[in-house]
Design a protein around this ligand. Structure first.
Ligand code: PHE
Length: 489
């Protein structure tokens, strides 16, 4: 192991375990929970999907989470230096864990910007009438507007990261996470009192109801249910992005890693379910009231939030503005708390590198640089407006319209394919192989048992050696298939 100690002053650390937990939950709870989980759960079998998801979360998600926290805390470094410190053969995997969060940030920041814009339009709507779904198209075709709000979003994250771990990240999450929870409860209560909301709940929970109720056309295959649940679990828990390694490296040696991992996984799933029972019933009830055939109600992706739900607020009349504000503030908090963990994972690498070279690292300077580069690349994604403005990747690379696939239809998806599609599953698979077969799980024995003295070794070792590599290989194939449309699944 590299025995140069990181510069703890510029790195920082969490002030308390609850602060750490709220920050890690904040990282996990993000756009993935709000627009990914609910739809996928409904479309892929309702309650059955939930069971599959939970099984994957326990055997794969929990195992990787514990591995990342242990790797971070044991080495005291962010991803790049952590891998370097433990393995020569796998040190390149650390780079995947910073390229991926960088790329994710180039579009996460754009979506975060959309939330800011939607807070503003709902606020203005209180006085001038709340706008509906037409806002979405208008915004997408306005590059300057999208760049502007993206920069604003980046500025907020920048100020938080710049203030350090306990002074910025932890403080934000200690206020933000409880606030998000309360707002979610308010939205759930409102949604459940809308006539027709029950149909939305049935869509989410009753196995097979998505097809029976006319929401989707055919029942997905078991294989694609497994794959969808796996991909969702993975992104939603912020795994293989360096985020959990980084947060682990700020954690006190006395804290209980297995217990913390369980709490993060369980909380993330609860918030995903809560988000689902808030947004799906509202979207469905409103769609039915407007006479939209259920199969045509948009329940997935950015359209769910920025078009379908905005219509819900529009149709509530003046009061809709208030719920619109509450809702988009909630989504904005979720987006910021995830984004700051991504920015931190990239920044810590440079802070650690400077101290390893014996130089004095500067957090403000590093965070400024990282945020500036992200913002620059994000301008492309923002101006593209989800492919609305004539220079989507397929047009940019001079491809024909029939060549449009998931990876090239817009710059957001282009960034997503390299990060979520390739770097994340590949990185997690490699980490499991490194821990399971090169280092051997016993390498982390002391780390995992510092703060915990129960049983876990046999289970964790089995997951790391066999289940995680196999599951991640499968998820990697599915991600490639979905982005490039090979038709394997
Ligand atoms: N977990 C976040 C979400 O659900 C996304 C994310 C991935 C954040 C990886 C940090 C690291 O939206």
């Amino acid at each position: 192991m590299d025995n140069k100690m990181p510069d703890t002053n510029q790195r920082g650390s969490f002030g308390s375990n609850i602060g750490f937990l709220l920050s890690a939950i904040g990282s996990a709870v993000g756009l993935g929970n709000i627009w990914g989980f609910p739809y996928k759960m409904g479309a892929c079998g309702g309650f059955t999907f939930l069971l599959v998801y939970l099984a994957l979360a326990v055997f794969v998600g929990f195992a990787i989470m514990l591995g990342e926290l242990a790797l971070g805390r044991k080495t005291g470094f962010g991803p790049v230096n952590a891998y370097k410190a433990v393995s020569k053969r796998f040190k390149w995997v650390g780079w995947l864990a910073i390229i991926a969060p960088f790329l994710i940030m180039t579009f996460y920041s754009v979506l975060g910007g959309y939330c800011i814009y939607y807070i503003v339009i709902n606020l203005v709507g209180l006085f001038r009438g709340v706008p509906g779904s037409e806002t979405f198209g208008a915004m997408l075709t306005s590059p300057m507007l999208q760049i502007g709000v993206m920069i604003l979003f980046m500025l907020i994250c920048y100020l938080i990261n710049r203030s350090g771990v306990d002074g910025g990240i932890e403080k934000f999450n200690q206020v933000g996470m409880p606030a998000l929870f309360v707002m979610l409860v308010i939205i759930i209560i409102k949604a459940w009192t809308m006539p027709g909301a029950g149909e939305g709940l049935k869509f989410m929970f009753v196995p097979g109801y998505a097809v029976k109720g006319g929401f989707i056309e055919e029942t997905p295959s078991l294989l694609s249910v497994l794959a969808t649940a796996g991909g969702q679990m993975f992104f939603s828990l912020s795994l293989a992005m360096g985020a959990m390694i980084t947060y682990g490296s700020y954690l006190d040696k006395g804290e209980n890693l297995p217990k913390n991992s369980v709490i993060i996984v369980v909380s993330d799933t609860i918030v995903a379910l809560m988000a689902g029972v808030a947004v799906i019933p509202a979207a469905v009830a409103n769609g039915i009231a407007q006479g939209t055939p259920v199969g045509e109600i948009k329940l997935n992706g950015p359209g769910l939030l920025f078009s379908t739900l905005q219509d819900v607020f529009h149709n509530m009349g003046a009061i809709g503005g208030i719920f619109g504000i509450i809702f988009f503030v909630l989504v904005l908090i979720a987006a910021i708390s995830s984004a700051i963990s991504l920015i931190e994972a990239v920044s810590v690498t440079f802070i650690d590198r400077a101290s390893a070279k014996g130089k004095e690292p500067s957090r403000p300077r590093t965070v400024t640089l990282v945020c500036a580069v992200i913002t620059l690349v994000a301008c492309l994604v923002a101006a593209d407006g989800l492919g609305s403005n004539g220079f989507a990747p397929w047009q940019f690379f001079g491809m024909g319209e029939d060549a449009v696939k998931g990876w090239n239809d817009c710059w957001l998806d282009f960034m997503d394919v390299w990060s979520e599609g390739i770097a994340m599953p590949l990185g997690a698979m490699m980490m499991a192989i490194m821990i399971g077969w090169e280092l051997k799980p016993s390498f982390f024995h002391d780390e995992i048992h510092s703060g915990y003295n129960g049983r876990i070794d046999g289970f964790w070792s089995f997951c790391m050696k066999y289940l995680v590599p196999i599951a991640m290989f499968f998820i990697l194939l599915v991600q490639l298939d979905s982005f490039f449309g090979f038709g394997w699944f």
